[in-house]
Ligand binder design. Structure first.
Ligand SMILES: NC(=O)c1ccc[n+]([C@@H]2O[C@H](COP(=O)([O-])OP(=O)(O)OC[C@H]3O[C@@H](n4cnc5c(N)ncnc54)[C@H](O)[C@@H]3O)[C@@H](O)[C@H]2O)c1
Length: 378
C-alpha cells in the first residue's frame, strides 16, 4: 500500500537545543504523507524540494500531495531532481540547484526541503545556507545514516576534487522529519551501513544503549517499527546533546568521528569503490578500539563486544588483505582530522566513554595496523 494511503503513527518529537536555532526532530512511521508536522515550519508561500533520481520516484509525490493539503492554496511547490551518488556531491550540482531556484523566482522567504539520503541533505543544506544569504531549510532524511547522523547537527556542503566535504558551512534546519517507513525501500547494504553509525553512538556516549543494541539487534535488522524508532530516537538524542554543547566542533563534537580517521583512509585507499562509508567506519571503529586498548588500557572484553556486535550486524570488522602500511599511514596523515600536524583519534576508555586525543603514539598506530594484517613493502 502506498505510504500516503496508510494511517500515520503519531510521531515522537525530540528537540535539538540550540537557543534561537533550536528545532524539532519528528520520528514515526508513514508520517511523510501527513504534512501537519511540516506546515508550521513553512512560513512563506514558496517551497523548493531537492531530491534525487532514486528517491524522487518513490516519495516525491507523497510529499507534494501532503504539502498541497496543508499549505495555503496557491503556494508554489517546485522540485529539483539531482543524479544519484556521492560523485555528484559537487559544486556543479550545487550550481544547477541554485540556477533552478533563480529560474523559478524563489525569493528569500522560500523553504528548501531535502528529501533523500546524506548526499541530498548535504547539497540542499548548502544551497539553503547560501541562496540569498540563507533561506529556511527542512530535512527529510531517507536513509538510516541520514536519519541518525547527517540530517541532525547542521553540517552542510559538497566535495572538492582534493577531498570530501571541503566546501560547506554550518547551517541548522528548522525541522527534521524522519519517517521510518521509507527505510523499507532502502537497500539492505545501505541499511546495515547506517547501523554502524547507530552502534557508534553506544560506544562513544551510552553503554546502556550499547547493551540495548546487543539485545535488540534482531529486531533492528528486521526493521521492527518500535525498535527502529527507539534506536533513531536514542541516536538523535545523543547527537543533539553533543551538538548543543559544541555546535561548531571546537572540541567535544569530534567524538562523533570515532572510527573515522581509520575509516576515511580505508575509503580513500580503496578509491571509494569497495566500502560504503558505514562499512569503512565499522572496520575503523574496531581499529580505534584496539588503539584505545594500547593507549588507554581499554579492556579486551570491550574490544570483543564491539567486534561481535558489528559482526552480528552484518558489518565487516577486518581490513582487507594486501594494503600497504606506509600508504595507509600517509593517507591518514592527509585527512581533515589532522590537527596542527598531529593525527587526531577518538579513543574509548570503556564502552560509553570517549575522548579526543592529539597525542597518540605513532608507534601504537603502526602496531595496530600491523597486527591487523597490513604489510610493509620495501
Ligand atoms: N552532514 C553531516 O553531518 C554528515 C554526516 C555523515 C555523513 N554525511 C554525508 O552523507 C553522505 C552519505 O549519506 P547516505 O549514506 O545517506 O548516502 P546517499 O545519500 O548516497 O544514499 C545512499 C543510497 O540510498 C539511496 N536511497 C536513499 N534513501 C532511499 C530510500 N528510502 N529507498 C531507496 N533508496 C534510497 C540513495 O539514492 C543512494 O543511492 C556522504 O556524502 C557523507 O559525507 C554528512
Amino acid at each position: 500500500m502506498p505510504a500516503d494511503m496508510r494511517a500515520a503513527s503519531k510521531p515522537i518529537e525530540l528537540r535539538v537545543d540550540l537557543k534561537e536555532r533550536s528545532y524539532p526532530i519528528y520520528i514515526g512511521r508513514d508520517i511523510l504523507g501527513d504534512g501537519t508536522c511540516l506546515a508550521p515550519y513553512i512560513p512563506g508561500n514558496q517551497v523548493f524540494i531537492v531530491t534525487n533520481e532514486t528517491v524522487g520516484p518513490l516519495y516525491l509525490q507523497t510529499l507534494t500531495n501532503a504539502l498541497s493539503i496543508v499549505l495555503e492554496p496557491g503556494c508554489q511547490i517546485d522540485e529539483w531532481v539531482i543524479p544519484d551518488g556521492e560523485i555528484h556531491k559537487t559544486l556543479d550540482t550545487y550550481r544547477a540547484v541554485i540556477d533552478a531556484l533563480i529560474a523559478s523566482r524563489h525569493d528569500r522567504s522560500t523553504t528548501i526541503i531535502a528529501l533523500g539520503g546524506g548526499v541530498v541533505g548535504d547539497i540542499a543544506g548548502f544551497v539553503a545556507a547560501t541562496y540569498q544569504r540563507g533561506v529556511n531549510f527542512i530535512q527529510i532524511p531517507t536513509t538510516l545514516l541520514a536519519q541518525v547522523d547527517s540530517s541532525v547537527g547542521g553540517k552542510t556542503g559538497v566535495n572538492h576534487t582534493q577531498g570530501k566535504n571541503l566546501i560547506g558551512s554550518f547551517y541548522q534546519p528548522s525541522c527534521v522529519l524522519a519517517d521510518i517507513g521509507v527505510l523499507d525501500t532502502l537497500p539492505e547494504r545501505e541499511y546495515l551501513a547506517g547501523l554502524a553509525e547507530v552502534i557508534k553512538y553506544g560506544v562513544i556516549a551510552d553503554s546502556e544503549f550499547f547493551s540495548w543494541l546487543e539485545d535488540s539487534l534482531a529486531g533492528l535488522r528486521a526493521k521492527l517499527s518500535e525498535v527502529t524508532a527507539e534506536a533513531i530516537l536514542r541516536c538523535c538524542r545523543i547527537k543533539a546533546s553533543v551538538v548543543a554543547r559544541d555546535e561548531r566542533e571546537t572540541g567535544l563534537r569530534a567524538i562523533l568521528n570515532f572510527g573515522h580517521t581509520f575509516g576515511h583512509a580505508l575509503e580513500k585507499i580503496t578509491r571509494y569503490e569497495t566500502y560504503l562509508h558505514g562499512e569503512a567506519v565499522a572496520i575503523g571503529m574496531v581499529l580505534a578500539m584496539q588503539l584505545s586498548r594500547l593507549s588507554l588500557g581499554t579492556s579486551e572484553a570491550d574490544v570483543q563486544r564491539l567486534s561481535r556486535l558489528l559482526t552480528n550486524a552484518g558489518l565487516p570488522v577486518k581490513l582487507p588483505e594486501g594494503l600497504d602500511l606506509a600508504e595507509f599511514l600517509n593517507t591518514m596523515s592527509l585527512d581533515k582530522k589532522v590537527h596542527r600536524g598531529c593525527m587526531r583519534f577518538v579513543l574509548v576508555e570503556r564502552l560509553g566513554r570517549a575522548q579526543v586525543s592529539d597525542e597518540v603514539d605513532p608507534e601504537a598506530v603502526e602496531r595496530v595496523l600491523l597486527s591487523s594484517g597490513l604489510s610493509t613493502h620495501d
